[in-house]
Design a protein around this ligand. Structure first.
Ligand code: THU
Length: 134
């Protein structure tokens, strides 16, 4: 099992590939599966702004499309071009995507070069709407 610091370093590397010519806000994510594999993602923007996809969803969609269904943790690193902000918290849409594939105890690691904070999905998205509500 890789440690959170390593996962944050991988998210930082993924962030280097961010395509964000409009917001100049660059985000990287490293998604750890229960089997120990890591899928990286960056935000990918679009001139039609709503077509933009966040780093977290890029990582999830890469993993799910490769057959992965069981996830342990995701590390997220973000900030304006050339700098890393304190913590980059996932948007509501990404939290909802996490809820589709992850248990309440899925770990969301917000990090920067010096420190990190770990949350559970349950903490960041309480009273979730899932398939169980249908
Ligand atoms: N963004 C992410 O990729 N992840 C987050 O957690 C927050 C926001 C992206 C979307 C957009 O490309 C840019 O950051 C500014 O919102």
């Amino acid at each position: 099992m890789i440690d959170y610091k390593t996962l944050i370093t991988q998210a930082q590397a993924a962030r280097e590939r961010s395509y964000s010519p409009y917001s100049h806000f660059c985000v990287g994510a490293a998604l750890l599966t229960k089997s120990g594999k890591v899928y990286l993602g960056c935000n990918i923007e679009n001139a039609a702004y709503s077509a933009t996809v966040c780093a977290e969803r890029t990582a999830f969609f890469k993993a799910v499309s490769e057959g992965e269904r069981e996830f342990e943790a995701i590390a997220i690193v973000g900030g304006r071009e050339g700098e890393i902000c304190e913590f980059c918290s996932p948007c509501g849409v990404c939290r909802q995507v996490m809820a589709e594939f992850c248990n309440k105890d899925f770990k969301i690691i917000l990090g920067n070069e010096n420190k990190f904070e770990a949350y559970t999905l349950d903490k960041l998205l309480p009273l979730t709407f899932t398939s169980e509500n249908l």
